[in-house]
Design a protein around this ligand. Structure first.
Ligand code: KIV
Ligand code: ZN
Length: 394
């Protein structure tokens, strides 16, 4: 049996908690269908009890998505769980994801209750959820800041009640990779029935470590589900970015040794759809999906990539859905990249000295501009009298 990692996407739930990222029902359905096309294992479609709009969107997604598991979040109370179950009724495969905070800070200051009450509520919630589906996830909110003895007690109880996934959220993005992985490893070792559940990582990016924490949880903690969101969307600084998690696992399969079901060629299309719908622009230097993620500007890099792509590329642009890598011509570009682009534009310098003259003029132009466009290059070729299909046509 291959060792497989479950990719749980929460763009439509935690992602929508980004201030300003709310989506309509139709927009959510479009994103859910694209997530299904990308072969995400679990789609967290929303939080059914939070509003009628969320309920309707979950119901519509449950009716439209056939291949991925469709999930709704629910607080650990009867009303939320029955509402989630109702919204998920049309689903082929459904999951109820119930949660309650387990840290002393949250129990005392937010819930204003006792650990004993949290323990009982968690048990009862999972027991009720199991009446509706045999796929039940339990999250210990603020898990990374919870007392480990208490966590062990609660998690053992909810697994006994039938929870099949145990999620340990780093709700406030406080964890560091080694510590977070050690926590998940220790929980799996100490909880007697831990082998009956899949352990899951859910990390926020407040200190910029969400992806690193999630991957450490998998590599050294033994987690086999990661919760993540497209473009790293999510509450405050966001969640772990799905595209980064997936491409790290694929590119470094030698290190992680895990199977994932994602069709990576759909990554850029999904990122752009989410960006268009939410209006959240993807920064150009964003890993994997940023416009510059596969662009080469320095002459040394351009020369290397043109000779052998793997000198400066660890992934192929095409594998994530870009049409190709980009050689950006500018003042740092070398003669080799200049020649290559001219050739791609159908211009064939007659001899090396013709190319030399044109290259000197190109460098002078590039010194005045940030990048040199194809149109500017064609104009320059015309001025230098270089022969080529485009030059002849114009
Ligand atoms: O960050 C968090 O703790 C959550 C839970 C509700 C899973 O999003
Ligand atoms: Zn979260």
């Amino acid at each position: 049996m291959p060792d497989r990692l479950i990719i749980f996407d929460t763009t439509l739930r935690d992602g929508e908690q980004s201030p300003g990222a709310s989506m309509t029902k139709d927009e959510k359905i479009r994103i859910a269908k694209q997530l299904e096309r990308m072969r995400v294992d679990v789609i967290e479609a929303g939080f059914a009890a939070s509003s009628n709009g969320d309920f309707d969107a979950i119901r519509a997604i449950a009716a439209n998505v056939k291949d991925s598991v469709v999930c709704s979040l629910a607080r650990a109370n009867d009303l939320d769980i029955t509402r989630a179950a109702d919204a998920l009724k049309p689903a082929n495969r459904s999951r109820i994801h119930t949660f309650i905070a387990t840290s002393a800070l949250h129990i005392e200051k937010k819930l204003r209750t006792t650990p004993e009450q949290v323990y009982e509520q968690a048990r009862r919630a999972v027991r009720l959820a199991r009446n509706f589906t045999d796929d039940v996830e339990f999250s210990a909110e603020d898990g990374s800041r919870s007392d480990i003895d208490f966590l062990c007690r609660v998690l053992e109880a909810v697994i006994d009640e039938g929870a099949t996934t145990i999620n340990i959220p780093d709700t406030v993005g406080y964890a560091v990779p080694e510590g977070y992985a050690a926590l998940i490893r220790e929980l799996r070792q100490r909880i007697p029935n831990s082998d009956r559940a899949v352990f899951s990582a859910h990390c926020h990016d407040d200190l910029g470590m969400a992806v690193a924490n999630s991957l450490a949880a998998v590599k050294s903690g033994g987690a086999r589900q990661i919760e993540c969101a497209i473009n790293g969307l999510g509450e405050r600084a966001g969640n772990a970015a799905l595209e980064e998690i997936v491409m790290a696992l694929r590119t470094r399969r030698d290190y992680f040794g895990l199977e994932i079901g994602i069709d990576t060629s759909q990554i850029v299309a999904t990122s752009q759809l989410v960006s268009d719908i939410t209006g959240f622009v993807v920064q150009p230097n964003k890993a994997v999906v940023g416009a510059n993620a596969f662009a080469h500007t320095s002459g040394i890099h351009q020369d290397g990539v043109l000779k052998a792509r793997d000198t400066y590329e660890i992934m192929r642009a095409e594998d994530v859905g870009w049409s190709a890598n980009r050689i950006v011509l500018g003042k740092l570009s070398g003669r080799n990249a200049f020649r290559q682009r001219l050739q791609e534009l159908g211009i064939l310098p007659g001899c090396e000295s013709e190319l030399d003259t044109a290259f000197v003029r190109f460098k002078a132009l590039a010194d005045r501009k940030t990048t040199v466009s194809d149109d500017a290059l064609l104009a320059l070729a015309r001025e230098c009298g270089l022969a080529g299909t485009h030059v002849a046509r114009r």
